[in-house]
Design a protein around this ligand. Structure first.
Ligand code: ATP
Length: 228
């Protein structure tokens, strides 16, 4: 699904370059559940943003679903990620003027899901995450963790092929965090959704099937435990 070859990312710094990613070669098969780990500043979010087509590398090539991402028009690239990728980021850009219910429903409107089906899908998610009582509130009336939860639910509801998650449980309490990880695992195992998450948490990484360790912008090839 994801084939990154010789990806470099650098920023100019007073006549020289600061390398954030160096010679990243990474293949991720459809159906994988990958955790990207590494110290702060090692390039994890940059790599995730490149995979999500939100950022471009300085050098290298990227094939997503057999298509060469950097050889296509930007419009096509935007369509590609909108159709297939759900982003779960720590900053959860909810729409202030819409209620919790309406925020969660938004991706389904874009996909022309019929009204009755939309209602069933949103209700199911509200139920599952125990926030039925919050459905008519606006984002400003929620705690940070609750806002994040709504952002996550919104990313998941349209059933993307690939979920990219940057510290998805960062602001959640431990029960909500486990609920999200269990949901990721279920989406991965039962619905064959591919998941790539950035996490500092060994516990969260253990939900996945593979760990990619970054250090100073390079992938570390160290023996790793594979969890099944
Ligand atoms: N626009 C920029 N200009 C210069 N350097 C940048 C820019 N954006 C990111 N960086 C640098 O790239 C490096 C990697 O950042 P990145 O956010 O990918 O790290 P990370 O591993 O996700 O860190 P964390 O775990 O703290 O979120 C950092 O050293 C950061 O300062």
């Amino acid at each position: 699904m994801i084939e990154l070859q010789h990806i470099f990312k650098w920023y100019p710094a007073g006549g020289s370059r600061v390398y954030v990613l160096q010679d990243i070669n990474l293949n991720i098969e459809a159906g994988a559940f990958v955790s990207i780990m590494g110290p702060s500043g090692s390039g994890k979010s940059t790599l995730l943003n490149i995979i999500g087509m939100l950022d471009l590398p300085s050098e290298g090539s990227y094939r997503f679903l057999e298509q060469s991402v950097y050889d296509m028009k930007e419009k096509h690239r935007v369509e590609l990620y909108k159709k297939h990728i759900g982003f779960v980021f720590q900053s959860y850009h909810l729409i202030d003027e819409l209620t919790v219910y309406e925020n969660i429903e938004t991706p389904l409107l874009y996909q022309n899901v019929k009204s009755a089906e939309r209602k069933a899908m949103v209700s199911d998610m509200l139920d599952r995450f125990n926030i039925v009582g919050k459905k008519d509130l606006f984002p400003a009336q929620l705690s940070g963790g609750q806002q994040q939860l709504v952002g996550i639910i919104r990313a998941l509801i349209a059933r993307p092929k690939l979920i990219l998650a940057d510290e998805p449980t960062g602001n959640l309490n431990s029960a909500q965090g486990e609920e999200i990880m269990n949901l990721f695992q279920k989406l991965n195992e039962e619905d064959k959704v591919t998941i790539v998450q950035v996490t500092h948490s060994e516990k969260n990484a253990a939900y996945g099937s593979r760990i990619v360790n970054l250090l100073d912008g390079r992938i570390q090839h160290i023996p790793q435990t594979v969890h099944s």
